[in-house]
Write a protein that binds this ligand. Structure first.
Ligand code: AMP
Ligand code: MG
Length: 427
C-alpha cells in the first residue's frame, strides 16, 4: 500500500468498480409478510397464478350493452338486469342493456359500456334508458388480464420492493414473499475525543471533547438500507482495543463499518489493525470530501456460531462527518445493494445527475473530483453552502443534494452543473 507522494489517487469510478467486484450477494433468504417487505430484495420471481383483473369489467358507472343494438342516436334499450361490483350478472339478452357499476364484471354478450352521463332514464313503468352517444366496441371496458397475465413474472428476483410492488404482490394473492436476508453490520466509531449525547451535558463537556455525530447518521443510514445493525459504540484510539473490536465483530457479521482512524496519523489504528487481521485492498480515493476511505477484509476465527465464509468485509469511513456521510452515500450504498442481492446491472452507483444552473461560483479548481453541498432555489438554480469544509455537518443538513464537479474544474455563475439529489442517494 505504499504510495509515493505524487502517485495519483484511485478515481471514484475505479474504486466503485473494484468495490462492487469484491462483493457477492448474500446467500441467505427468508419469508416475510408482504406488509413488512418494503425495501427488501426479492429472492424469488413473483409469478402470477391468476389474471388481473380476473374478468372484463366496467371502468365507469353506466350501462353494459351490445354495440350492434344501438342503431341510432337516442336509442332506447330496456334494462334487463343490475350488476354491482363483486357480483356476476346473467348473459345479456339481445336488445337489452344491464345497469352496471365500476369494477363489476361485464355480462356475457356485452361488448361496451355507455357511461351514465350519456344516458337518461325513460319515465313510466318500463325500466329503460335512452342511449345518447353511439358506443365504440370495448369502450369503458377493462379487459381481463390487462394488468397481469396468468403465468407472467410480475416482479423478478433481485427487485427491491416498493410500496407499489407490495400492492402488486398483494393483487396476485401473495401475503408473504421470499426475500434476501438482511446484511448483519457491525458499526463502531473511533476517537478518544468522542462522547455520547445524553451522557455528558453540553455545559459539562471536557476540553477537547466532541459529540459522536457519525454514529447517529451511520446507524440510521444502515437501517434505511435494510441492515441489521450491531452498534458497538465507541472504540478507543488504541491498537489492542481496535484489534479486539475487529476480531469479535468479524465472526458474526457480513460487514464491519467504522468511522475515523483510517487516515495517516499515529492515532489512526484502524487501518494497520485491518492489515494485521486480514487485508486492506483499497485505500484513499481521489474525491473531496472522502479521501481516506478504506476497504478490506478481516479473517474469521471460525469458532462456534461464526458466520459462513473465511472473512468479513471491512469498510473504514473517514472521521470527518461530511466525508463519512458522502462516502456512505456514494460507496457504501451501492456496496450494500450488491450484498443484498440486487443484480450488478441494476445498481446505479451514481444516480443520473440533473443538469441545473449554478447560482454560485467556484473560482479555485480542486485536484480531486468534488462533491459540493448545494440546495435548489426558487428560481430553478442551485445555491452553494458557504462553508464546504468536511467537518461542517450543517452543509449536509442544509443541502438537498450534491454537485458532482470534475477534478480541475471551476464553475462560473450560470454554468450547468451535475446535481445529484439526496433523495436518490437515500432511496
Ligand atoms: P479521524 O479520521 O479519526 O482522524 O477524524 C477526523 C476528524 O473527524 C476529527 O476532527 C475527528 O474529531 C472527527 N470525528 C471523528 N469521528 C467522529 C464522530 N464519530 N463524530 C464527529 N466527529 C468525528
Ligand atoms: Mg480519530
Amino acid at each position: 500500500m505504499s504510495r509515493t507522494a505524487r502517485a495519483p489517487l484511485m478515481t471514484l469510478d475505479a474504486a466503485l468498480a473494484d468495490l462492487l467486484g469484491r462483493v457477492q450477494a448474500l446467500d441467505g433468504e427468508e419469508t416475510v409478510p408482504t406488509f413488512e417487505a418494503d425495501g427488501r430484495v426479492l429472492a424469488e420471481d413473483l409469478v402470477s397464478a391468476l389474471q388481473v383483473p380476473p374478468h372484463d369489467n366496467a371502468s365507469m358507472d353506466g350501462y353494459a350493452l351490445r354495440v350492434a343494438d344501438v342503431r341510432e342516436a337516442s336509442q332506447v334499450l330496456p334494462v334487463s338486469q343490475r350488476i354491482a361490483a363483486g357480483h356476476m350478472g346473467e348473459a345479456l339478452q339481445p336488445g337489452t342493456c344491464a345497469r352496471i357499476f365500476t369494477g363489476a364484471p361485464l355480462p356475457e354478450g356485452a361488448d361496451a359500456v355507455v357511461m351514465q352521463e350519456d344516458t337518461t332514464e325513460v319515465g313510466g313503468d318500463i325500466h329503460a334508458v335512452h342511449i345518447h352517444a353511439m358506443p365504440e366496441p370495448g369502450q369503458w371496458v377493462r379487459r381481463a388480464g390487462e394488468d397481469v397475465r396468468r403465468g407472467a413474472v410480475v416482479l423478478a428476483r433481485g427487485e427491491r420492493l416498493s410500496p407499489a410492488s407490495l400492492g402488486l404482490a398483494a393483487s396476485l394473492g401473495r401475503a408473504q414473499v421470499r426475500v434476501v436476508r438482511r446484511p448483519r453490520v457491525a458499526l463502531f466509531s473511533t476517537g478518544d475525543e468522542l462522547v455520547m449525547p445524553g451522557e455528558v451535558a453540553p455545559e459539562a463537556m471536557p476540553p477537547g471533547a466532541i459529540y459522536n455525530a457519525n454514529r447517529f447518521f451511520l446507524r440510521t443510514l444502515l437501517q434505511r438500507m435494510g441492515c441489521e445493525v450491531s452498534d458497538l459504540g465507541i472504540v478507543p484510539d488504541r491498537r489492542d482495543a481496535t484489534l479486539a473490536a475487529l476480531k469479535t465483530a468479524a465472526d458474526h457479521h457480513d460487514l464491519i463499518l467504522t468511522s475515523g482512524g483510517v487516515s495517516v496519523g499515529e492515532e489512526d489504528h484502524v487501518k494497520p489493525s485491518v492489515q494485521q487481521l486480514g487485508s486492506l485492498d483499497l485505500w484513499q480515493i481521489g474525491m473531496k470530501p472522502g479521501k481516506p476511505f478504506a476497504y478490506g477484509s478481516v479473517r474469521r476465527d471460525g469458532g462456534a456460531g461464526s458466520a459462513s465464509g473465511q472473512s468479513c468485509h471491512f469498510i473504514g469511513l473517514p472521521g470527518n462527518p461530511v466525508s463519512s456521510f458522502v462516502t456512505f452515500l456514494l460507496l457504501v450504498r451501492p456496496f450494500l445493494l450488491k450484498l443484498r442481492g440486487v443484480p450488478a446491472q441494476r445498481i446505479l452507483a451514481l444516480p443520473h445527475a440533473i443538469q441545473l444552473p449554478a447560482h454560485f461560483v467556484v473560482s479555485r479548481a480542486d485536484k480531486r473530483r468534488e462533491f459540493l453541498r448545494v440546495r435548489r432555489n426558487a428560481s430553478g438554480g442551485l445555491d452553494l453552502f458557504p462553508n464546504q469544509s468536511s467537518g461542517v455537518l450543517t452543509s449536509m443538513a442544509w443541502g438537498d443534494g450534491l454537485v458532482d464537479n470534475p477534478a480541475g474544474a471551476t464553475i462560473a455563475h450560470g454554468d450547468l452543473v451535475s446535481f445529484i439529489p439526496f433523495a436518490e442517494l437515500l432511496a
